[in-house]
Design a protein around this ligand. Structure first.
Ligand SMILES: C[S@@+](CC[C@H](N)C(=O)[O-])C[C@H]1O[C@@H](n2cnc3c(N)ncnc32)[C@H](O)[C@@H]1O
Length: 241
């Protein structure tokens, strides 16, 4: 991830979609206090998220924190999203990109309650998760997938944790048929590929453009299916404790 995330089409396209969602659905009026929960190797927090405020990153793994520090991230903690060492009501925005689906998060509702706790009233959570459990592939084994999500599942998990849904959408829709063909091919082929889905090759620029092109549609109307699912939700002012 550390090597791929500044150049790989998937990361660059998802960054374009995420920025569009921040601008259209959250509409920040000032610099925000942002928590990137499960920050990985730190690209999101040190690139585009930093344009919207001061970003704190937490990750369960020491290696992720070390690599984030190498990118000059300063506000970092090694911690679990299940037990955040952070004060209640201290962030305007919690982002969490492809974290709650991992085996490292056995109970995503517990993580969502933690996000709710550390958010200020009126604050937002912005999440991305892999879509559709039937799409599991070899890549999911490598990245420790516990389960994949639908919009409906994400909506009920967020609402069950006290959030008000602002926007839900699938993304990576145009490349969906290619990915389905690849994943089905893996099911029927006895050969296991050692090649990661994050390998850079000659298709990188064209795939980056295709995915980035979805940004206005995901952020405005929402797309009806795709390989990832995005949610923006709010902790309302009149929340109950
Ligand atoms: C697929 S990576 C995504 C990283 C980053 N958010 C991104 O978009 O590039 C998932 C990350 O979740 C972290 N993680 C897994 N379980 C966690 C937990 N319980 N608490 C905090 N981080 C966790 C992993 O260490 C890993 O860095």
């Amino acid at each position: 991830m550390y090597q791929a995330e500044e150049r790989h089409w998937w990361y660059l396209g998802m960054a374009a979609i995420t920025e569009a969602l921040i601008l259209r659905q959250i509409q920040p009026k000032r610099r925000l206090k942002i928590l990137d929960a499960g920050c990985g190797t730190g690209a999101a927090m040190t690139t585009y998220l930093a344009d919207y405020g001061d970003v704190t990153g937490v990750d369960l793994y020491a290696e992720a924190v070390t690599l984030s520090r190498k990118r000059n991230a300063s506000r970092l903690a090694r911690a679990s999203v299940l037990d955040l060492p952070l004060a209640p009501a201290s962030f305007d925005l919690v982002t969490s990109f492809d974290v709650l689906y991992e085996r490292g998060v056995p109970d995503e509702a517990c993580a969502l309650r933690e996000f709710f706790r550390v958010l200020l009233p009126g604050g937002h959570v912005l999440m991305r998760l892999p879509a559709y459990d039937w799409l599991r592939g070899q890549h999911d084994e490598r990245v420790h997938t516990r389960r994949r999500y639908t919009k409906g599942l994400l909506k009920s998990l967020l609402e069950g944790s006290g959030f008000h849904i602002v926007h839900l959408s699938y993304a990576n829709t145009l490349l969906f048929p290619l990915a389905v063909a690849k994943r089905l091919g893996e099911h029927f082929s006895p050969l296991r590929s050692e090649r990661s889905d994050l390998t850079l090759d000659g298709t990188n620029e064209i795939f980056r453009r295709i995915l980035s092109w979805e940004a206005p549609f995901v952020s405005r109307f929402g797309l009806p299916y795709g390989l990832s699912v995005f949610a923006v939700a709010r902790k309302n002012h009149e929340y109950r404790t």
